[in-house]
Design a protein around this ligand. Structure first.
Ligand SMILES: [Zn+2]
Length: 65
């Protein structure tokens, strides 16, 4: 399972995220400040999209064979 970390938009704390959460665009909850937010294509979080692209590549590789 691919996992990564995403900086909280409020406090910049590292939030652990899984590829599934990004692909399914589930809401993330910051363990530091409690902020809840989602990562989607309309978001200004460009790093999220970059991470999502990498995760998709990884998951596609796992699906083969
Ligand atoms: Zn936070």
């Amino acid at each position: 399972m691919s996992k990564g970390r995403f900086p909280c938009p409020e406090c910049r704390a590292d939030i652990p995220v899984s590829a599934e959460m990004l692909v399914r665009q589930e809401a993330l909850n910051c363990p530091a400040c409690g902020t809840s937010f989602t990562l989607d294509s309309s978001s200004r979080t460009e790093r999220a999209l970059d991470m999502l692209a990498k995760f998709r590549t990884a998951t596609q590789g796992l699906g083969k064979g």
